[in-house]
Write a new protein. Structure first.
Length: 91
């Protein structure tokens, strides 16, 4: 859907019949649909940085005494990994 809205050219969206016949609004969110987690605006997917960029980031963090990590889109569920980065940068 986001690609259909964000890119020029034809798009095809197919919805199953059972979905088409479902009530439009039950007032309940699906359990994994966390309010405010996603946007209606399309953003290109974030890719894993190349090794050179990761090495540069590690060098910038190494030995620093006060580190703040602002984790944005795509960091959901990555708490352990973010804590590991912070711990490795400042043992």
């Amino acid at each position: 859907m986001r690609i259909a809205l964000a890119q020029r050219g034809p798009s095809h969206l197919a919805f199953p019949i059972d979905f088409q016949n479902a009530p439009a609004d039950s007032g309940k969110r699906f359990r994994r649909n966390v309010k405010g987690h996603t946007s209606t605006i399309y953003r290109p997917p974030v890719r894993v940085p190349c090794r050179q960029d990761l090495d540069a980031a590690a060098w910038a963090l190494a030995g620093r005494s006060r580190i703040a990590i602002l984790a944005g889109a795509g960091a959901r569920g990555g708490t352990d990994e973010l804590e590991a980065v912070a711990d490795a940068a400042h043992p």
